[in-house]
Design a protein around this ligand. Sequence first.
Ligand SMILES: [Zn+2]
Length: 746
Amino acid sequence: MFDSDAVISQQGPEQKLESIDRVLEAHPSLMDAYQKIEPMILSLFGAERMSIFQRRRQHQDLVARFKTGKETREINVQISPQSIAGYVALSQLPLIISDPYNAQELQDIHPRLRFADKFDKTSSFRTNNILCLPILNAGVMMGVLQIINKQSGSFTDTDLDIAKKLTAILGQKFRYELGGTSQPFDYLVHKGRVKEKQLKELTDSSSDTRQLIQRLISELRIPEKEIGNALSVHYQVPFVNYDPDKYHLYRSDSKLNLSYLKRNFVAVIADVKENPIVLMAEPNNAALLMEIESAMGIDSYDIFVGLPNQILQYLGEGSGGGAPGEMDEILDEIGTSSEESEESVDDLSDDAPAVVRLVSRILHDAKRLNASDIHIDPEKNGPTRVRMRVDGVCRDMNQVPASHHSAVIARIKIMSNLNIAEKRVPQDGKLAFKMGGQLVEVRVATIPTVGGEGVVMRILASGGALPIDKLNMAPGNRTRLEEMIKKPHGILLVVGPTGSGKTTTLHAVLGYLNTPDKKIWTAEDPVEITQAGLQQVQVSPKIGFTFANALRAFLRADPDIILIGEMRDKETAHAGIEASLTGHLVLSTLHTNSAPETITRLLDLGLDPVNFSDACVGILAQRLIRTLCPNCKEKYTATEADMGFIHRQYGEEHLGELNIQEPLQLYRPKGCEECGETGYKGRTGVHELLGMTPELRGLVYKEASVSEMKAQAMKDGMRTLTQDGIYKVIKGDTDIAQVQIISGTS
Ligand SMILES: [Zn+2]
C-alpha cells in the first residue's frame, strides 16, 4: 500500500510524513524499512538522493548504510568539520548548501569545512545542492539526515521545516533502536537503583548536575561507575572514570585556559598512544565542543562522558572550582609578561591563559552590571578601550595594553566561531558562556577600523518575560491596551527605534495572553526572552528562513496568536495583515518614530488602507528613558522653566487631567554609591498608544495626513510620548532632562 509512487506523489507533506512514520513503526529497524522509506523521502523533497547517517554507539563517527541489491554497503564519516555530515553532527545545526563545489560558501560556514567529492568522482553523479540536518532526540545527537539534489531549484526553508519534522520522527526511531534514555539518569531508574519520584525530587532540589551527582553518590550510595554508565547510555558515548594510570592530560591543549575548562567541566585527555579524547560532563553541548574543537585544531578525537568532579581531577584539582581571577590581577599579569611586539602575539600564544581569562572576566562583568553591549575599541596610538553600555549609556570600564589587542580579538573570534585570519571585512557571530549556571548568549560583530579590528558584543537578555504590570504604563494606557489584546483577531504593532524595549513589551503582552487554551507561535531574531507555553522560532535570513516564511509556516500550524519579530518589508507586513484578517491576533514591531507615522509608513509600503485599518487594533510607540536613582533622588520645587515646559508640552487642553498641585514638587538626580554617582538607575518605558476607532479608520481610508490622524487619535484618548514622559516626571520616576531627550527639545 505504500509502494505505489502514484499514491505517494498525490499526498501533501504532512500525509507523507505520517506514512513514513507508519512504515518505520511497522519495521523493527531503520534498515528493514529503508527501501520503503527512501522513495517516500525523495518524493517528499523532490530530490535525487539521500543518506541517513546513524551515530555509532560509543564511537565518534557516523555510519550510513545502503542496500544495493542484497549487499549492504557502509559509509563512515568522522564527527568533525571536515565533511558536511560530520560538521552538522558536531554543530548540531542544520545546513542548506546551494553549491558544495563553492569552497567559499563552505569556508563561510567553517574554515575547515570540506565537501567529500569521492562519490561524485567515482560515478557519473554530480552533487548540486544539499540539505543536511542533525537527527536529535531528547537533546542528544543520534545521526544526520542528508538530502541531495532538489530537482527544481534549491532547497527552501519550507523543505527545512519538513525535514525538521522528519528528523524528529527518525530521532525517536534511533533512540528506540539504541535503547537510549530521555533523561541523563533514567537508566538508574530502569536498573532499580532509584525510584522515579525520588530522582525527580533530587533533580528538582539540586542546583545543578554536579550537585545532583554528588547527592546520588552520598545520599543514595550509588557507585560512580553506575552513574557513569547511565550517562553513557543517555549520551551514547563511552564513560571514563578517573584513571590517571590510563589517561593523562593531552599536552597540546595549551591554548585552552584551565579555569575555562574547569568552569565548563571539560578536559582534553589522551591514552597511552596519545589519541586525544575530549572528556565532557555534558557531551551534547555542541557549542562547547565546537569551541574546544576550534581551539585545538585537531582533526580526530573521541568524545567521552565523565563525572564533573572526576573531570576536575584530570585538570589537577581535588574538588571545588577555581574562581576566575580579578580583572586587575589579570591585567597585572599581562602587563608584566609582555615585551613582545604586536606581531608576535598575533594569535593566541604563551599569554593565552591570561587573555582567555581577561575575555571571560569582561563577559562576566558585563553580565553582572546588566550591560547591554560591550565595545572593544582599538586606538591608533594607545591602549585598547573596553566600554560597556549600562542603562543605555556607554561607560569606560578598563584598558587593555595595545600589545594584547590582537590576542583579545582572536580569543573572542574563536569563541564566536569566526575566521581569525580574516581581519579586513566585518564578521558576525554568536558566543555563549555560563554564569551562575545560566547560559548567557552574546551576539558578536567585528569591524575593521584604521586603528585595528574592533568588536562590539550585544548581550542578549535571558530569562523570562516581564509581567505586564511592570511595564509602568499610565492607567489609561494600561486599560486601553488590555482591551486591544483581548480581541480574538487583529494586529497590534509596537514601534520605536532599536533598543526602545519593543521585545520586552511584546513578551509582557504574550505573558498576559499565555494561557493553555491558546496556541502561540513566535518568530524572532534573535530569541532573547523565552516563555514556557510559547512555541518560539529563531528565524535565520542567512539560510533563507525569513519572518515571512515563518509566518506562512505558522498559518499551517493552527495558531491563535502569532508574534512576528519585525515587519522588515512589504511581504512580511502584507502577510501579517492577511493573517490578522483571517482570525488570528498578530503582534509585531516596526522601526517608526510615532504611532500615527506608522500608519503612513505602512500605506507607503503599498498596504491596502481598508485592509490595514480593518486589521489594526492599535499601535504602541515607545521609548526607554533613564529613571532617577531611588536611593538619592532629591525633592525640589518646580522652577518657572519646568512649569513652562510642562504647560507647553502637555498642552493646556489636557493639563487638567494631571491634577497638578501648586507649588509642584519634582525630583532631580544627585548621585550616590549605588548609582555610580550618576543619579540615575535603571530605565522605564514611555508610551504613546493609538487605538483604531471608527473616526480614525475613516481618515485612514482617505489616506489623510499624519497631523490629521494624530489630532483624531488624541481626541480618542492617545497621549504622546512627551506627555507620557511628563506624567512620569510628576510621578517622580524621572526628571525633565530625560523627557527633553525624547521630545527633541533639549
Ligand atoms: Zn544614587
